[in-house]
Design a protein around this ligand. Sequence first.
Ligand SMILES: [Zn+2]
Length: 470
Amino acid sequence: MLTPEIIHHGAVDGVTGSCHQVILPDGRSILIDCGLFQGAETASDGASSEQLEIKFPVENVAALVVTHVHIDHVGRIPYLLAAGFKGPIICTEASAHLLPMVLEDALKVGFTRNQRLIDRFLQQIRRQIVSLPYKQWHEVVPGGGLNGATLKVKFAQAGHILGSAYVEVNVKQNRENHRILFSGDLGAPYTPLLPAPSSPYGADTLVLESTYGDRLHENRRERRRRLQVLLLRTLANRGSVLIPAFSIGRTQELLYELEDIIHRNRQKQAAPQVIWDDLDILIDSPLAADFTQGYLRLKAHWDREAKRRLSAGRHPLAFDQLTTIDSHATHLQTVDYLTKTARPAIVIAASGMCSGGRIVNYLKAMLGDPRHDLLFVGYQAAGTPGRIIQQYGPRGGYVELDGKRYDIRAGVHTISGYSAHADQNDLINFIDRMRRKPQHVRLVHGDEEAKQTLAMELRKRYREMEVRIP
Ligand SMILES: [Zn+2]
């Protein structure tokens, strides 16, 4: 049979804008993800964080399959609909719950504040969403026509954020099967709250993310210990610890770990004259707060450890020390208050790469004060303010925010092990545990160096495997 064609519309030269298309010989196709570009990253058709329209034809797109609801995987869905896509949006049950929330926010930021338009759009989205349980095949393109190939999809747990999945795509033609696997974003094993991903039986072609293809994470216990040590160190001079975090996934993971640190240390000192039990932890992001509520509603999808903590009477995502800041006015007051008083506090605010959102106001107010600290817990894409601060902050550099220059005197730290992405070992293990190894591997969703390093490792290990970097 003819191998189905795969086109990558995004996440090729970087980690954002994920969008892949599988095209059958008769021209019918499906899309896997339809995400926003961030920072300096772009696609070959000119799409970027500024140019969002869908430039490829969508008439023959039979369905959109969503791996998970991060904005760099779903953020261009409004533009896909604007381009005329009317087909099903297939995702897992938890994603079906979270997706309208993500898109509502994306619309408010990028499209319109008109609630009637937004509601109408969301109604449309809800009509198009088809939720699918894990491990269940679903026929997307039925057979028929001259070269009538059939295409079906199946989700499996990716352990990246709640509801995340990798997708198996099976194309059957003339009794022959071709299996393509899209990893989406793969989680690391032992991600708080989430069941670990397990490998599928096998695939012919694997489209694999490679965000951390050149790095190894610390293990979970070490990471939590480092988080605690770093918090103690940064809180010692009082001041705030700012943590830029994605609203979905990492914020909830962090809360989960913070609750555990508090639980273990209650009466011990967190900062001068402040015990852990009294330390303020602020979520300054309505969206992150909404998603935390979403996570709470989806407890049934949590992993065993998280459920055990619940039944022990603990509240991993809703503990006493946690305050959610809702209105913009309260947000501005909080920035002002913490800037002036340097009262010890931990602030989690989006966006995760500092390219917008409420974290920017904190940065403008606090970057110049050495009592405050900035803690990066996630990947910073090239060209984002987060990457610039991460790179130049420790050398006493500066960053431009909204066209103005801000000197960086606050402490800048990174916990590299803290991430909702698999590291090099996890990625190799994902393949290694397949009984039938893929003959073709395409590495996407990574910086050049990460992809090259991972490609080298894979070629060394599997001589028969064709490893390509599209
Ligand atoms: Zn993701």
